[in-house]
Design a protein around this ligand. Sequence first.
Ligand code: FES
Length: 101
Amino acid sequence: MNWTAVCQLDEIPQGAARTVRAGDTVIALFRLSDDRVKAVENRCPHKQGPLAEGMVSGDDILCPLHNLRIHLDTGQAVPPEEGCVQTYPVKIENDQVFLSL
Ligand code: FES
């Protein structure tokens, strides 16, 4: 797996997100309350809402546009909703956040 350093952990607000760009793709990095970091494409599968501006709820993100709930581990919309967003593996070493793109 090829890892790319994208930011420091403290550059992501706890319980919220920041975005990074990888080529033409914008990726939302979510820092959960226990400091785990999850990464998904910043584009809701419904109508491309900016997921990084949504509200974190446990291990889910609520899209800011129409409240689609997406599980951050799988990228899958929580049933009965449908849809899926690309997820990316994350690792943290010495407070540096790495993505596998
Ligand atoms: S764009 Fe995300 S729920 Fe509609």
